[in-house]
Design a protein around this ligand. Structure first.
Ligand SMILES: NC(=O)C1=CN([C@@H]2O[C@H](COP(=O)(O)OP(=O)(O)OC[C@H]3O[C@@H](n4cnc5c(N)ncnc54)[C@H](OP(=O)(O)O)[C@@H]3O)[C@@H](O)[C@H]2O)C=CC1
Ligand SMILES: C[C@H]1O[C@H](OP(=O)(O)OP(=O)(O)OC[C@H]2O[C@@H](n3cnc4c(=O)[nH]c(N)nc43)[C@H](O)[C@@H]2O)[C@@H](O)[C@@H](O)C1=O
Length: 315
């Protein structure tokens, strides 16, 4: 890949997009292109057509999506299904039509069946039914994987899908209703620590999750950019997981909260476990490098420095 290739990072202000932007800038890429959703609504087919016609990017990285935690996914199924289909269909189709040579699609580990064997291999896709709290989002992501696979198969283009596990890091969403668990815990423990107030968390604490630091994901995207990967679908994770209760205890320690933890069993647990098998990308030469504790410390530091200027996504 040439350092002055025109690379459009869709969703460049998000947690993932901004990490990719930082990584590619640090690696010497000089021709990065980004548009906010106000400047370019990717759900609007005509607007996306005009954008591709005038900008003609050579590479597209799709980090734009309607994203949220378990409750947001469960409460807004239509937005999570339809907005993601619209955004990715426009990006993939116009990339194909305007001869974008490389396309990197980002999905999610929730594409795999709820009760698939663990750790999850890429080949388990579409072998059983999905987790109901996020099947709408998962179906959109599966359609994105398949669209890229179809282009790859029919036109032999380098369109590839990366499936990240649960991510965290700077520029995450810290809204307590719509966020994922890790930023929610950082904020809840931090806000409760002054008076040692109790912290209320969702579900039973027994589900297991794997967490990848977003700068490691950006490193994997850079790896996929620089190397032509031979297949269409690759998991991106650390290969290790822990229970939500263990995560809570870890974040409680890092934030120095000393109060009680209360589990709200009226909130959903979601899928019991979704540990990624990361051998396929490892065999190509990529592995994650940031230990969970270090990544959480960095994220908490970023949260403290952002002085309540952190992002809170409303739907
Ligand atoms: N967060 C996680 O744990 C995981 C995320 N992923 C995937 O990574 C990708 C990025 O997620 P993440 O960075 O966390 O999400 P964020 O919510 O932080 O960022 C999403 C970005 O998408 C852009 N966007 C949303 N809707 C539109 C639209 N209609 N038109 C144009 N831009 C739009 C937003 O742009 P703007 O800011 O300008 O409004 C925003 O910057 C997604 O594909 C997600 O599925 C995968 C696995 C886990
Ligand atoms: C990335 C991934 O993210 C989503 O899936 P999820 O992993 O289930 O999401 P989550 O991070 O919101 O929750 C993980 C676990 O943690 C528990 N939990 C405890 N306390 C809080 C809490 O305070 N907030 C949240 N959000 N969860 C909490 C919560 O009950 C659950 O058991 C998908 O929608 C899907 O779209 C997707 O791709």
């Amino acid at each position: 890949m040439k350092k002055d290739s025109k690379i459009y990072i869709a969703g460049h202000r998000g947690m993932v997009g901004s990490a990719i932007w930082r990584k590619l800038s640090a690696e010497g890429y000089t021709n990065l292109l980004g548009k906010t959703s106000k400047e370019l609504d990717l759900r609007n087919q005509q607007a996306v057509n005009t954008f591709f016609e005038s900008e003609k990017p050579e590479v597209v990285i799709d980090a734009a999506a309607r994203v949220g935690g378990i409750l947001a996914n469960n409460d807004y199924p239509y937005q999570f299904l339809m907005e993601n289909l619209q955004i990715q269909n426009n990006l993939i189709d116009f990339s194909h039509k305007f001869d974008v040579e490389k396309f990197i699609f980002l999905g999610s580990s929730c594409i795999y069946p709820k009760h698939a064997p663990q750790p999850l291999k890429e080949e388990y896709l579409l072998t059983d039914s999905l987790e109901p709290t996020n099947e709408w989002y998962a179906i959109a992501k599966i359609a994105g994987v398949k669209a890229c696979e179809a282009i790859r198969k029919q036109f032999e283009k380098d369109y590839v899908s990366l499936m990240p596990t649960n991510l965290y890091g700077s520029h995450d969403n810290f809204d307590l209703q719509t966020s994922h668990v890790l930023p929610a815990m950082i904020r809840k423990f931090h806000e409760a620590k002054e008076n040692s107030e109790p912290v209320e968390l969702w579900g039973s604490g027994s589900p297991m999750r794997e967490f990848l630091f977003v700068d490691d994901l950006a490193d994997a995207v850079w790896f996929a950019l620089e190397n032509e990967l031979p297949e269409n679908l690759y998991n991106v994770g650390t290969g290790t997981d822990l229970t939500i209760r263990e995560l809570a205890e870890l974040i409680q320690k890092i934030t120095a909260h000393t109060g009680e933890i209360i589990w709200d069993n009226t909130k959903p647990d979601g899928t019991p476990r979704k540990l990624m098998n990361v051998d396929k990308l490892k065999n190509e030469g990529w592995t994650a490098s940031t230990p969970l504790k270090e990544g959480i410390r960095k994220t908490y530091q970023w949260f403290l420095e952002s002085k309540n200027g952190y992002k809170q996504v409303k739907i």
